[in-house]
Design a protein around this ligand. Sequence first.
Ligand code: HEC
Ligand code: HEC
Ligand code: HEC
Length: 135
Amino acid sequence: MKGNYEEYKKTIHYSNRTGVRATCPDCHVPKEFIPKMLRKFEARHDVWGHLTGKVDTPEKFEAHRGEMAEREWARMKASDSSTCRGCHTYEGMSSEIQDPAAVKKHTMAAKADSGKTCIDCHKGIAHELPKDAED
Ligand code: HEC
Ligand code: HEC
Ligand code: HEC
């Protein structure tokens, strides 16, 4: 558990130039759930318990990381990456200052029938990828 938190602390979602921080529930708990789940999910540890269930040692964590990651990917895909979109929008991205490779992909992905959502292209942004993850 500590390892997973340390991984996140090395990423831009924890620390960046402007100080806007994405916390665990920002990515893992969709807004629709917040009113009714607030009591359960308020603390980081509760989100942790929700995501990992019975996994309580670093060894068990690594052994289950692949399936836990798959579950989060599936949830994010199903919600069209709704938690990401709570902070990021295609409309809000400036094509003048964004990386040109990103502008190209985002212009394509923003089309209603693209079938692509943030998590399709942006896995492993807050934690290390499972060792057995394909590409
Ligand atoms: C609470 C708001 C918030 C949420 C939720 C959020 N982000 Fe971010 N994201 C940020 C901020 C702030 C930055 C850093 C911006 C900067 O300083 O350039 C960032 C940066 C990024 C970057 C650039 C990474 C880099 O190394 O430059 C990517 C890609 C990204 N986010 C994808 C995602 C995806 C995918 C999700 C959903 C799983 C997500 N974000 C959820 C706020 C958020
Ligand atoms: C079809 C693939 C694709 C999709 C879908 C996609 N992106 Fe990207 N994105 C890229 C690529 C490629 C880059 C450039 C390389 C990189 O930073 O990973 C990028 C870069 C970024 C960056 C950094 C831009 C910069 O100039 O530093 C952010 C932030 C980001 N994406 C957020 C998102 C969010 C949020 C979504 C969903 C609303 C999304 N992306 C959907 C492919 C995609
Ligand atoms: C910027 C969005 C973002 C933030 C912030 C974030 N996560 Fe995640 N988390 C993800 C994504 C995306 C995955 C799916 C696996 C991957 O792509 O890394 C994931 C996967 C996980 C998993 C499954 C195991 C694994 O490592 O893949 C756990 C457990 C987890 N997150 C816990 C947390 C905790 C606890 C925090 C706060 C310390 C946190 N996450 C913060 C986006 C985020």
